[in-house]
Write a protein that binds this ligand. Structure first.
Ligand code: 16G
Ligand code: MG
Length: 550
């Protein structure tokens, strides 16, 4: 039985000491904080990823270095499991334990304990594929990660600077290579070819889509969008904006999907670019979120968020399943979180099964796996569509009995190729949206009118200890602090169409309050009043109480 290469780990670990005053937590988005503090974390993640691979018999694990939509000075790292999915939840605890061991000796002890408790066979190979986004802190963090690989003897493949969804694609493609479940060629070329070829098939015979403006958030999505554009050729005219990935301070600055969703307005530098009636979309800093919008004839901004994408896509898939004559065999369902606009939930529930789960991709993804075709989107624009293995088999084996059935069946098969089934993917989702719009002959206006969003408001409250807030029922009800939920409920009752919930953030040290109501002013008032309750309950200093917390 081989032993841990303690000496090699020791020497390299000493070169990446843990800052003594910091505590790191592997949360919904992996480790994420100021890039300059993450050196030891990256080294240790290198070792952790290797151990995870050994545990899974040498299957390839992914490591993505990114902080997504966060400001440029932040960075982060997350692990990707062999099927291209988020790291299994039980290993989040191991990640946190390894990251916080105070010294090299304590770290080696923690690694040994993990090897024992997870029964890791050290004689197995360790294989990892890794990538980073465009953040300036990326190269140094990657070299810390590579030291981790070196210490454990990991066979590591550098995927360079690329998007989070492409890294997930690579992981799945590598692990399914040569099997009958092969996901595609394990290269960026394989990814672009797969997306562009299926897109072209899906829009064949339809009018070429109008020009779409893509706000690339000055991030890695700009590089990927440019590559994709070359593969797409003339099938769809794209105009790429916010593509400056080299000037400091530009990443996610007044642009990108998160900016659009939270500010509910155009990125300022698109104001002069967009013409009335024109569609545009924003990617986030690692290109796994997508936010659509358009300006109407009067120049008014209209946002088409993750909920609107879910409504558009789910209705289209249901229609194609019916047309293919597969209604009784294939059940389509939708997964949302409590942040889904109430109007979207109502629209979807009238048409198909809808499930609400806790925030975070892993929860949505797992719930979506329970349907034959599971559509999941968070309101913030992260989402995808999962086709179960049984459904994929039905699609390949089904014998259509009419030309119309055959056409719909082919559309569904091509959708399984177009859609990134490992994780939300802004570029794949953008092409998916354009396919549906082309098939329905919808402009942004018709798409937007599927249902009218209820006015809503999201407020952050800074509290002493966000961990004092505990929720149940997919975060829709607070169980701690005791008595607070009753007070919220009492308030909500007074607002027409009122709904509000409170949950601790998984990525920031705050508590989030969401509220919606039939009228804009009422949604705002409800959000601020609930925020006031939270602030008072959490022991906020009365002198510092924000004045809008009525
Ligand atoms: C992370 C999650 C996203 C979630 C957000 C919530 C992943 C890959 N990303 O970005 O799904 O919506 O966190 O943030 O799981 P919050 O907990 O701060 O509200
Ligand atoms: Mg992201």
């Amino acid at each position: 039985m081989p032993e841990l290469p303690v000496r090699a780990i020791q020497v390299l670990a000493d070169a990446h000491p843990k800052p003594s005053h910091l505590y790191f937590q592997y949360g919904t988005a992996g480790f994420r904080t100021l890039g300059s503090t993450l050196d030891s974390v990256l080294f240790r993640v290198g070792i952790l990823a290797g151990l995870r691979s050994k545990r899974l018999d040498g299957r390839t694990i992914g490591v993505m270095v990114t902080a997504s939509h966060n400001p440029e000075q932040d960075n982060g790292v997350k692990l990707v499991d062999p099927r291209g999915e988020m790291l299994e939840a039980s290993w989040e605890v191991h990640a946190t334990a390894l990251a916080n061991a105070p010294s090299t000796d304590a770290f080696i002890e923690a690694v040994s304990a993990l090897v024992q408790s997870a029964r890791i066979d050290l004689s197995k190979p360790a294989r990892v594929v890794y990538a980073r986004d465009t953040r300036p802190s990326g190269p140094a963090l990657i070299s810390a990660l590579e030291d981790g690989f070196k210490a454990l003897g990991v066979e590591a493949r550098d995927a360079g600077v690329t998007t989070t969804p492409i890294l997930h694609y690579l992981v799945k493609a590598i692990n399914t290579k040569g099997t009958n479940e092969s996901y595609g060629d394990d290269s960026e070329d394989g990814y672009y070819t797969k997306l562009s070829a299926s897109f072209k098939k899906l829009i064949a015979g339809k009018a070429t889509p109008d020009t779409v403006v893509i706000d690339c958030a000055n991030g890695v999505g700009a590089i990927a969008a440019k590559n994709l554009q070359a593969y797409l050729g003339t099938s769809i005219p794209l105009v790429l904006e916010n593509t400056d990935t080299t000037s400091r301070g530009k990443l996610n600055d007044s642009c990108g999907a998160d900016y659009v969703k939270t500010m509910q307005r155009l990125p300022p530098n698109l104001v002069d670019v967009m013409k009335p009636g024109q569609r545009a979309c924003s990617l986030d800093g690692d290109a796994d979120r997508l936010m659509y919008y358009y300006l109407d004839e009067r120049g008014q901004f209209h946002m088409l968020d993750g909920d609107k994408i879910a409504a558009l896509v789910a209705a289209f898939i249901v229609e194609q399943v019916k047309l293919a004559g597969l209604e009784s065999e294939i059940k389509v369902g939708v997964v949302q979180t409590a942040y889904a606009n109430g109007a979207s939930t109502k629209y979807l529930e009238e048409r198909l099964p809808v499930k609400c789960v806790s925030t975070g991709v892993k929860h949505l993804h797992h719930a979506a796996e329970h349907y034959s075709i599971g559509v999941y989107f968070e309101a913030n624009g992260h989402g995808t569509v999962l086709f179960s293995p049984a459904t994929q088999e039905i699609l390949t084996k089904h014998e259509p009995s009419t030309p119309a059935q055959s056409t719909a069946l082919n559309h569904l098969i091509n959708l399984t190729q177009l859609i990134n089934q490992t994780v939300g993917d802004a570029l794949s989702d953008m092409l998916l949206v354009e396919v549906v719009l082309a098939h329905k002959s919808y402009s942004g206006v018709e798409w937007n009118s599927l249902y009218a969003d209820l006015p809503n408001r999201l407020v952050k409250v800074v509290v002493g200890d966000r961990n004092a807030f505990k929720t149940e029922d997919a975060e829709r009800r607070l169980v701690n602090p005791p008595g607070l939920q009753e007070k919220i409920h009492e308030l909500v009752r007074r607002y027409e169409g009122g709904r509000s919930f409170v949950r601790p953030s998984g990525t920031e040290d705050v508590v989030r309050v969401y509220a919606e109501a039939v009228l804009r002013a009422q949604a705002d008032e409800l959000a601020f009043r609930v925020a006031g309750l939270v602030y008072d309950e959490a022991g906020g200093d009365p002198a510092k109480r924000p004045k809008e917390f009525i």
